[in-house]
Design a protein around this ligand. Structure first.
Ligand SMILES: [Zn+2]
Length: 244
């Protein structure tokens, strides 16, 4: 039984936590589905946002220390997620954030001056103290991206399906563009419970993938993007002129 069927058939409790992207359980109503999801409707520092008119600033670089991991990939019903084994981290302004997983949205969640991209990758990190930092990469149609080939064949097509494939080794660093300037702002998770105090770093240089690579993902999952949220006076910084 998938989440959609549960909503129609079983108890109010299950209905309350079974969020998704359909009219009856989508972003417009997430805040009403569960008391834990209230930030989705009442939060004022929410994500994603439109990336427009950033303030240029001299910002400390993100230090990457990503190791390779064997492939553990899951179709959660709301995204396709690759779990990351322990030992990979980024460091920003002296704080280390450990890479937990990366996953995808199609189309993108963040927009740039109002424009959606084909897809977006989110690399989710957590510090020892439990604070979150997400690196976002906008994905556009272009050249074939060989860094994704190793695991793109293994995208699980069925909700709930997961695969552990020890022979497939990947390093998330290979998925990122070589130029790593970022838009930076403080926001939230883009999915329930929409918790705030998430540090966002969205790469200014898009990642290119071929149309067929994008189509392979969208054939399994599309429309899993939350609409942009109001900035509400937050500071949006960028550490370089957009170069992609
Ligand atoms: Zn995400």
């Amino acid at each position: 039984m998938n989440c959609h069927e549960k909503i129609k058939n079983v108890s109010q409790h299950t209905k309350a936590v079974c969020w998704g992207y359909e009219a009856e359980n989508g972003p417009e109503v997430w805040g009403q589905l569960s008391s834990e999801y209230r930030p989705c409707s009442v939060g004022i520092h929410q994500s994603p946002i439109d990336l427009v008119n950033p303030t240029q600033a001299k910002l400390s670089p993100i230090i990457f220390n990503y190791q390779s991991t064997s492939l553990n990939i899951q179709n959660t019903g709301n995204t396709i997620q690759v779990a990351y084994s322990k030992g990979s981290w980024i460091e920003i302004d002296g704080t280390k954030y450990h890479l937990l997983e990366f996953h995808f949205h199609a189309p993108s969640e963040h927009t740039v001056a109002g424009n959606l991209y084909d897809m977006e990758i989110h690399l989710v990190h957590e510090s020892e103290e439990g604070s979150l930092a997400v690196i976002g990469g906008l994905i556009k149609s272009g050249s074939i991206n060989t860094a994704f080939n190793s695991f793109w064949h293994y995208l699980p097509s069925v909700s709930g399906e997961s695969r552990q494939i020890n022979e497939v080794i990947l390093n998330a660093f290979d998925l990122l563009p070589s130029t790593k300037h970022t838009y930076r702002y403080n926001g939230s998770l883009t999915t329930p419970p929409c918790s705030e105090d998430v540090k966002w770093f969205v790469l200014t240089t898009p990642i290119e993938m071929s149309q067929s690579q994008i189509a392979a993902f969208k054939a399994i999952m599309s429309g899993n993007n939350r609409p942009v949220q109001p900035l509400n006076g937050r500071e949006l910084l960028v550490d370089a002129i957009k170069d992609g």
